[in-house]
Ligand binder design. Structure first.
Ligand SMILES: Nc1nc2c(ncn2[C@@H]2O[C@H](COP(=O)(O)OP(=O)(O)OP(=O)(O)O)[C@@H](O)[C@H]2O)c(=O)[nH]1
Ligand SMILES: [Mg+2]
Length: 305
């Protein structure tokens, strides 16, 4: 997980702390660092931001002792990451659902959107488990009536979590399924409805329009974009597209367990300023963790300064 990013950070810290720094040498090291970031899926803009923060911190400190320089660089990188990454707060979401449900008596609809295979269906099941263990009753809406086997996949996962799942036949109107699930949740006094949808891309206008219709009809309180960390920096454009169509409140970044590069979270937060609520760390239903800036920073900078 995130080894590439760690290597890029360590490369810069080690060379700044052990080499004589002429202006030219420092320029070369920083350029190498910037390129190593880009190679690990950090966007050009975010790479420039991180590099600029190091330059600012080192300005006027080039004569300092090597060991001082090390901590100057590590501190600058830590601060830059703290500024860039944005955590969503799962506990705050739970409280919000509870407050909404107790004041209105209505279930709180949450819409999941994202590209094909990003991890939506799996994440809906993982989140249902998390919410259930937080004391809430979720209902799942199978609004992916499009992809073959999507309904069976969602039903099987829902059964494993022990959560009710509302579905219709393939080809049914996904917005109608969501409305059905909300009505069913209302009558059973369930707290929250998680709406799984079909994967879609900017290439398919019909599916994007359909997603808008689900949003218009189901009126979700929150929209969660689920994307896969392996998409890298290209995820920035995807989030922007989905945001333009339906508005995105939170990001869940899946498959972090197989992401050896690591730059996706930095690129996404830097460009979109959307909070990352959870990360997916495996295929098991418990492989969902709140996104933690401190953990990312420890993983990439731990032991360096
Ligand atoms: N390793 C790993 N695999 C994951 C993670 N999340 C999802 N997957 C796997 O990714 C694959 C696709 O996940 P789905 O949940 O079906 O993705 P989806 O977005 O619903 O896909 P479509 O409905 O086809 O758009 C499955 O094999 C999941 O088990 C994760 O955090 N880590
Ligand atoms: Mg799916």
């Amino acid at each position: 997980m995130l080894e590439g990013l760690r290597r890029a950070f360590r490369g810069l810290v080690e060379s700044v702390a052990t080499e004589e720094l002429t202006d030219q040498k420092l320029g070369e090291l920083l350029e190498e660092f910037r390129i190593a970031l880009i190679a690990n899926e950090v966007s050009v803009e975010a790479s420039e931001f991180l590099t600029e923060k190091v330059i600012e911190a080192l300005r006027g400190k080039r004569v300092a002792r090597f060991s001082d320089r090390r901590s100057v660089v590590v501190d600058a990188l830590r601060k830059a990451l703290e500024e860039t990454l944005i955590e969503g707060d799962p506990k705050a979401l739970v409280r919000e659902i509870e407050a909404y449900h107790s004041s209105t008596g209505e279930p709180y609809p949450v819409l999941f959107v994202g590209p094909n295979g990003g991890g939506k269906t799996t994440t809906v099941a993982k989140l249902a488990l998390f919410l259930k263990e937080s004391g809430l009753t979720p209902v799942i809406a199978c609004s992916d009536t499009f992809r073959a086997a999507a309904i069976e996949q969602m039903r099987t996962l829902a059964e494993r979590v022990g959560v009710r799942c509302v579905s219709q036949r393939y080809g049914a109107d996904p917005a109608a399924v969501a409305v059905d699930a909300i009505a069913s949740a209302r009558s059973s006094r369930a707290h929250v409805v998680l709406i799984d949808t079909a994967g879609r891309s900017e290439l398919n206008r019909n599916l994007l329009e359909e997603m808008r219709k689900i949003k218009r009809v189901a009126m979700p309180k929150r929209v969660i974009y689920v994307g896969d960390a392996l998409t890298g920096n290209a995820a920035v454009e995807q989030v922007r597209q989905f945001d333009a169509y339906v508005g995105v409140d939170y990001v869940v970044l899946t498959k972090l367990d197989s992401d050896v590069k690591g730059g996706t979270a930095i690129s996404l937060c830097y460009a979109t300023r959307k909070p990352i609520l959870f990360v997916g760390t495996g295929q098991d239903l418990r492989d969902l963790a709140p996104f933690s800036k401190a953990e990312v920073i420890e993983r990439v900078l731990g032991g360096l300064g």
